[in-house]
Design a protein around this ligand. Structure first.
Ligand code: E4P
Length: 287
């Protein structure tokens, strides 16, 4: 059952409805799920099919993604399910928006994931104006989070998430958890319409520290959620200290949230690399 002290919403990061069922059984609750092209490419049914040498057509892979998301939505009908558009380096905002609208119609509780790139932000700005809920993915720096805030101004709380990717910053030797603390602090000056969704969680300390920091949402892989239940769903308080080891500190930057989103310097090499990896994993499934 949900611990009384727990303020953060807990999502499962995965593309297998079997894990969703098991996570609900272990935790006694689940507030949502995030999917992405890589996670869909790891779905056991998709794997079996690829191992048989039967790749999908473009229509088939979309209908497979639709069926996976529909099953997850049925398991978490009151939660939020993130569904990611296909984007590579040349995908335009109009195309992302078109895909996003289609995916949004798949289930009643979708958040559409767009990359935090200029095309992704353009798509998200229009999407929120048209009443779609969005989750801005592949966020690696405060400026990108400021641009998400600015591009979605006017949207209501609950309709916009930003997903800073912790593990991938750690992989580069930077303390990804600093980014969560910095974005939460920066958003403290705002109207609260964007919620921080801690993503790319790799270990229990990421999970626990995000809880202590008060991230609005955390999405953790099944193995971390399982480990958390083994630790009796501990919610750390002031006594908890995160040990960043040798990871380099990411300093807080004073960034005003009042600008037009196009004025922020949002380029980050990991956003480009992440887009390339997601599109390659998706394309590996297609004939
Ligand atoms: C979730 O929304 C993200 O896509 C996911 O957490 C990325 O995790 P990874 O960096 O381990 O691929």
């Amino acid at each position: 059952m949900r611990p009384e002290k727990l303020k953060t919403r807990i999502f499962l990061d995965g593309g297998d409805p079997g894990e969703t069922r098991e996570a609900i059984r272990l935790l006694g609750f689940l507030d949502g799920q995030t999917t992405n092209p890589t996670l869909i490419s790891k779905n056991p049914e998709a794997r079996r099919r690829i191992e048989r040498g039967e790749k999908f057509s473009t229509d088939e892979i979309l209908s497979f993604y639709h069926s996976v998301v529909k099953e997850i939505s049925g398991l978490i009908p009151k939660g939020s399910i993130s569904v990611e558009v296909y984007a590579d380096a040349s995908t335009k905002a109009e195309d992302m928006l078109k895909q996003g609208k289609k995916m949004f119609s798949w289930i009643p509780n979708a958040h559409i994931k767009f990359p935090t790139s200029s095309e992704g932000l353009k798509a998200a700005q229009q999407a929120t104006k048209e009443g779609l809920r969005v989750n801005m993915t592949l966020c690696f720096q405060q400026e990108q989070a400021a641009a998400v805030y600015a591009a979605t101004r006017g949207a209501k709380k609950g309709d916009v998430f930003v997903s800073p990717f912790i593990g991938r910053l750690d992989d580069k030797g930077e303390n990804g958890m600093d980014l969560i603390a910095n974005i939460l602090k920066m958003y403290g000056q705002g109207d609260g319409h964007v919620e921080v969704l801690t993503a790319s969680v790799r270990n229990m300390d990421h999970h626990l520290y995000a809880l202590k920091l008060g991230s609005d949402i955390i999405t953790s892989p099944f193995k971390i959620l399982k480990e958390w239940t083994e630790g009796k769903l501990h919610v750390p308080g002031d006594e908890y200290n995160y040990n960043a080891g040798n990871l380099k500190t990411i300093r807080y930057r004073d960034i005003a949230l009042t600008k037009n989103w196009r004025e922020y310097d949002i380029r980050h090499e990991l956003t480009d690399k992440g887009t390339a990896r997601f599109s390659a994993d998706w394309n590996s499934l297609i004939k």
